[in-house]
Design a protein around this ligand. Structure first.
Ligand code: GLY
Length: 269
C-alpha cells in the first residue's frame, strides 16, 4: 500500500490469519504472537476499518503452511497500476507470492507485470511513497539488485527514487515510517539521520516522533480523511489530529508480536 497515492486507495487485498501464525518470524518489535483468537479479532477489526472508510476489501484464504502470509504488502509492488513482483527477502516467505501475484495480475489485467529474478531481493514493505517521490529501504530483505529493478520501473513511469539505509534494529522502511498523507512522512527519532529523506518537494515535511513510538509511525492514510493508527502511541495520535485528520485507533498487539504493522496487512491495487 505504501506505493499508492491517497487517491489510489480504493481497493485492498488482505489475507486471513493462518493457524500457524504463532510461528511467524519475530525479531524486532515482537517475540511471536501468543493468542490466535485475539490476532484474528484484530485482523477482522482492521478489515472492517478499511471497509468503513469505503475501501473495497478482498480476503484471500489463509495458508497454514505459511505463518507470515498475512503480510501481503511484501509480496507485490503496485505502482500506478503497474505490478512488480519482487523476490521476497526471506526464503520462507517466497511461497506466499503465487496467489497474490495471480490476484493482482487478474485484477489489473492488461497491465505491465515485471518479475524480479537472479540476485534481486525485495520486500514491498521497504517502499514508501510521498506523492510522486519514492523511498526504498536498503535492508536485510532488500538488496541493491532489487533496488535497481525498482528504479528501472519508476524511471519508466517518470518517478524518482531515494534510498534509505535501514538500521540493523529495524525490519523494513515501513516498520519505521509511513505517509499518512501525500505530503507528510512520519518517522521516529533514533533510527534514521535527520537528513535521511533528503530535500522534500515544497509543502512536504517529515514529522519526527519519539523513538519509543517507532511502531506507531506506521499508519494508513485513507481518501476520506481517516488514518488508521495503532493503539498506544500518543505522540503519533496527536500528530495525526494536528494535521486535521481523523485517527481510527486499532489494537495491533498480536500482529506487532509478528513484527507486522498496519500497512503490512494490505496491498492496495
Ligand atoms: N514477520 C514478518 C517478517 O519477518 O517478514
Amino acid at each position: 500500500m505504501a506505493t499508492v497515492r491517497l487517491d489510489q486507495k480504493g481497493r485492498a487485498l488482505t489475507r486471513a490469519i493462518p493457524s500457524s501464525f504463532d510461528q511467524a518470524i519475530a525479531k524486532f518489535f515482537g517475540t511471536g504472537p501468543t493468542d490466535l483468537d485475539q490476532a484474528k479479532a484484530q485482523h477482522l477489526a482492521y478489515r472492517e476499518a478499511l471497509l468503513n472508510a469505503g475501501v473495497e476489501v478482498t480476503v484471500l484464504p489463509s495458508d497454514d503452511q505459511l505463518p507470515d502470509s498475512i503480510f501481503v504488502e511484501d509480496q507485490a509492488v503496485v505502482i500506478d497500476g503497474h505490478v512488480l513482483l519482487p523476490v521476497p527477502g526471506h526464503p520462507s516467505r517466497v511461497p506466499e507470492q503465487p496467489p497474490i501475484a495471480e490476484f493482482v495480475t487478474r485484477q489489473l489485467s492488461g497491465t505491465q507485470v515485471c518479475r524480479m529474478d537472479g540476485e534481486a531481493r525485495m520486500d514491498g514493505g521497504d517502499i514508501i511513497r510521498l506523492g510522486d517521490l519514492f523511498f526504498v529501504g536498503r535492508s536485510s530483505r532488500t538488496n541493491d539488485a532489487g533496488i535497481e529493478e525498482l528504479r528501472d520501473l519508476l524511471t519508466h513511469l517518470g518517478h524518482n527514487l531515494r534510498v534509505i539505509e535501514i538500521p540493523g534494529h529495524a525490519l523494513h522502511l515501513t516498520s519505521i515510517s509511513s505517509t499518512p498523507t501525500d505530503s507528510v512522512i512520519l518517522a521516529p527519532e533514533g533510527y534514521l539521520p535527520e537528513d535521511a529523506f533528503g530535500e522534500l518537494p515544497e509543502g512536504c515535511e517529515v514529522r519526527w516522533m519519539p523513538k519509543e513510538e517507532a511502531y506507531g509511525c506506521n499508519t494508513i492514510g485513507l481518501p476520506n480523511g481517516q488514518v488508521l493508527v495503532a493503539d498506544g502511541y500518543p505522540a503519533v495520535l496527536d500528530a495525526i489530529k494536528s494535521l486535521g485528520l481523523e485517527p481510527v485507533v486499532l489494537d495491533m498487539s498480536q500482529i506487532r508480536e509478528a513484527d507486522g504493522s498496519l500497512t503490512c496487512c494490505s496491498l492496495f491495487y
